[in-house]
Design a protein around this ligand. Structure first.
Ligand SMILES: [Zn+2]
Ligand SMILES: [Zn+2]
Length: 167
């Protein structure tokens, strides 16, 4: 079981944005009991293990803002041209690792792929939300979590192609 929990991510930063909590309204009916099509309108979300993670990109204001900042309309955040360079490019994450390590110390993750996943989530959050205060938690949409996991699969021992070392 992977220890990476995207929704637990606490971005760092300026206390000004502490009140700027973002995310969907609490669901009236639990999403774990519903079909994905009941809440996903982008077509790429899937059922996630915990209630709070079952959120579509089109429900999150900060993500929708980014989705509007593209030359051609897109239906889902995974089609955003900024996703690859910000969250999936291993060299971007290699650099991000240096930045975070300098500020917060080394990442303690079991596998290299989990560390890449974690950095990809952090990059996504800083890209969409900016730097937020400690204790603020945001939910990364299901479709984006799936895309990041597809890029950095946590299947032990599976060959995933070349990755630059993080350290
Ligand atoms: Zn969706
Ligand atoms: Zn989506």
């Amino acid at each position: 079981m992977a220890s990476v929990q995207p929704y637990m991510y606490e971005p760092e930063s300026d206390p000004e944005s502490e009140k700027d909590r973002d995310g969907p309204d609490p669901p009236s009916q639990t999403r774990l009991e519903q079909a994905v099509s009941e809440w996903c309108t982008c077509g790429n979300c899937a059922v996630m293990p915990t209630e709070v993670e079952n959120v579509c990109c089109r429900e999150i204001r900060k993500v929708v803002t980014r989705m509007k900042q593209v030359p051609e309309p897109i239906v889902c955040m995974v089609d955003h041209p900024g996703l690859e360079p910000n969250c999936l490019n291993p060299y971007t994450l290699q650099n991000l690792h240096n930045i975070y390590r300098f500020d917060y110390g080394p990442l303690r993750r079991r596998t290299e792929e989990e560390r890449f996943q974690h950095l990809a989530y952090r990059s996504f959050v800083s890209w969409c939300w900016g730097f937020l205060g400690r204790g603020i938690r945001v939910v990364i949409p299901s479709c984006v979590v799936r895309r990041i996991r597809q890029e950095f699969p946590d299947l032990a021992g599976q060959y995933v192609g070349f990755r630059p070392p993080l350290d």
